[in-house]
Design a protein around this ligand. Structure first.
Ligand code: HEC
Length: 186
């Protein structure tokens, strides 16, 4: 009879088991790809992470808790590795537990998948020119796509030469920012 207690304890423990689940694409771990993981309870709910620690080669794998979702953590490796990670979380009674993830193999990124350089957000860089184009030019030219890649001198000679544009008053800096914008349309 006394074994029942142990069995119940054991099954309660299993029912509460926490797991680390990879959240990306085909679950293959590759270098140079930021790989998101989630700490989950057996019932599927996400568990906030207290801290994480890379146990394998720390110098080429980095891990951080996702700043947006506290149950997720992100790992990026620059070299192939056998990744092991310790994840710490708080139990409902306030005690801290640790779960180990791995070892899992981080493979080399395949040659066909180039490492993408981050897309540069030009929306702020050319905002002055964009705003000027909207306020000064769009009354007649419906879209910046009607006048792409126009240089400063093309705009200046249009203002000087085209009757309908003669009333436009812009400083050199303003013409330059419109031209920069027209030369950097998405
Ligand atoms: C009052 C109307 C009007 C406004 C405002 C106006 N344009 Fe024009 N623009 C014209 C007309 C008309 C032409 C000649 C027909 C054409 O090319 O679209 C022209 C021609 C041009 C040309 C020479 C032709 C070409 O395609 O290279 C450029 C460059 C130009 N506009 C740029 C601008 C820019 C930049 C602004 C804002 C600073 C502006 N325009 C504002 C009416 C206007």
């Amino acid at each position: 009879m006394k074994y029942w207690g142990i069995l119940i304890l054991l099954s309660a423990h299993i029912a509460m088991a926490q797991t680390v689940v990879p959240l990306f694409r085909d679950n293959s771990l590759t270098t140079y790809v930021t790989m998101p993981f989630r700490l989950k309870a057996a019932n599927g709910s996400a568990i906030p992470i207290l801290s994480i620690e890379v146990l394998s080669s720390k110098d080429h794998c980095q891990a951080m808790i996702d700043p947006m979702i506290s149950a997720n953590f992100l790992v990026k490796c620059t070299k192939t590795d056998s990744l092991r990670i310790a994840v710490y979380y708080k139990n409902s009674d306030g005690s801290v537990s640790r779960i180990n993830y791995g070892p899992v193999t981080v493979a080399k990124i395949s040659a066909s998948e180039e490492v993408l350089t981050p897309v540069v957000d030009n929306s702020q860089k050319y905002k002055a020119g964009k705003d000027l184009f909207a306020s000064t030019c769009m009354g007649c030219h419906q879209s910046p796509q009607d006048k792409p890649n126009r240089s400063v001198s093309q705009i200046k000679s249009a203002i000087a030469g085209i009757t309908r544009m003669k009333s436009i008053k812009l400083t050199d800096t303003q013409v330059k920012s419109i031209s920069d914008y027209l030369n950097n349309l998405d």
